[in-house]
Design a protein around this ligand. Structure first.
Ligand SMILES: [Zn+2]
Length: 230
């Protein structure tokens, strides 16, 4: 027969055990609750964290206008039409060539930053956007390594380009309709000046432009409460 005292001890041990189990269940419940509550924020932070997915290298160009400030109203997409990014960077930083850009995006997504958005670089030449000439003074230039007439943009180039653009679109409230191609602003110039004998531009192809813009729209719609100027 068990003594009364022993039974008492067993009872208290049992109740201690129950308390421990209840506490454990509560802790697990709280953890699960926090996990589900934080899930949407987790998604957003993943999108923002992806801002550091690609290598970023400073490669300043001397080909800019030191007397002007870029209004940053739009973006012009180009392709380099050079065999390698190194070739393109050499040209875009050669004082004799007098051409520049804000960023070169290599096929692996590496971004070579050649100028900050407020800098006026020489990427557009003869150009018209929304009836206004001299796009260098109010747009930034993105040069995708390669030739879109021969090869499409790589996935890494699209991802890296969007990653580069998102904070700029937000900071300067850039209208998506002001994100255009070199071909579009040169064609507009030639339409405005039919007498002009300046060369036409082929970069970037409309197919690749549409592909890039579709992806940009999708990314923007994924970002909750993201407001972009129309
Ligand atoms: Zn171009």
């Amino acid at each position: 027969m068990l003594s009364k005292k022993r039974i008492e001890m067993m009872r208290s041990r049992l109740s201690n055990k129950s308390i421990v189990i209840i506490v454990l269940i509560l802790i697990i419940a709280v953890i699960l609750l926090m996990y589900f509550l934080c899930k949407p924020y987790g998604k957003t932070s993943t999108l923002l964290e992806s801002a550091h997915n690609f290598k970023i290298i400073d490669y300043p160009t001397p080909n800019f206008d030191p007397d002007s400030t870029n209004e940053v109203l739009g973006v012009v997409l180009h392709h380099t039409a050079e065999p390698t990014a190194e070739n393109a960077l050499k040209i875009l930083s050669s004082p004799e060539k007098k051409v520049g850009t804000h960023v070169v995006i290599d096929t692996d997504g590496t971004r070579y930053i050649m100028a900050q958005p407020t800098v006026v670089t020489y990427h557009a030449g003869y150009s018209v956007l929304n009836g206004r000439e001299g796009c260098n003074y109010f747009t930034i230039g993105i040069e995708f390594q390669g030739n879109t007439l021969e090869d499409p943009l790589t996935e890494n180039q699209i991802e890296s380009g969007i990653e580069y653009l998102l904070p700029i679109i937000k900071a300067y409230n850039i209208s998506l309709t002001n994100i255009v191609t070199h071909q579009m602003i040169r064609t507009a110039y030639k339409e405005k000046h039919p007498e002009s004998r300046c060369s036409g531009k082929v970069d970037i192809t409309q197919t690749e432009y549409k592909r890039f813009m579709n992806r940009l729209h999708i990314k923007l719609s994924e970002l909750e409460n993201y407001v972009v100027g129309e």
